[in-house]
Design a protein around this ligand. Structure first.
Ligand code: FES
Ligand code: FES
Length: 164
């Protein structure tokens, strides 16, 4: 068996020290070692986006990287998105606009959408569709997912304006 490596990561604000096998994928580390099963595995081969999380503020398909590569990083998963018991506007948008059916793709979709809005707070419909290209959904037909992201962009703009 390969020698284990020590990693330190901060996940949803909590520091973890773990001994991991060098080939352990980040998604399996999150799900099986930390028990954060909100991050899903749809393919394991970087096709579907169900495993999307944020690593140091960037959306990453967590089946495309090893846990050891995340050493020293700060990671946010779907479990860490709501703040003080309040849904993130993107989560609220998926709820309000019926952006999910079975929900399998939803955590990854939401993490990818949050990354988009962090970089581009007022995306066009085409930009939303382009940003979510790497996330597959077998149920919704994408229309309501786009509406959910538009809902969130509007809400975040209003909250931002109220804060000014
Ligand atoms: S499980 Fe990672 S892209 Fe599908
Ligand atoms: S809601 Fe079922 S796969 Fe997207």
């Amino acid at each position: 068996m390969a020698e284990k490596a020590h990693i330190k990561v901060v996940v949803n604000g909590v520091e973890h020290h773990s001994e991991v096998e060098p080939r352990l994928l980040l998604v399996h580390y999150l799900r099986e070692t930390l028990g954060l099963t909100g991050t899903h595995v749809g393919c394991d081969t970087s096709q579907c986006g169900a495993c999307t999380v944020h690593v140091d503020g960037q959306a990453v398909k967590s089946c495309t990287m090893f846990a050891v590569q995340a050493d020293g990083s700060s990671i946010t998963t779907i479990e860490g998105l709501a703040a003080n018991g309040k849904l993130h506007p993107v989560q609220e948008g998926f709820w309000e606009m019926h952006g999910l059916q079975c929900g399998f793709c939803t955590p990854g979709m939401i993490m990818a959408a949050v990354d988009l809005l962090n970089k581009n707070p007022r995306p066009s419909e085409a930009e939303i569709r382009h940003a979510l290209e790497g996330n597959l959904c077998r149920c919704t037909g994408y229309h309501n997912i786009v509406r959910a992201v538009q809902y969130a962009a509007d809400k975040m703009a209003k909250v931002g304006a109220a804060d000014d």
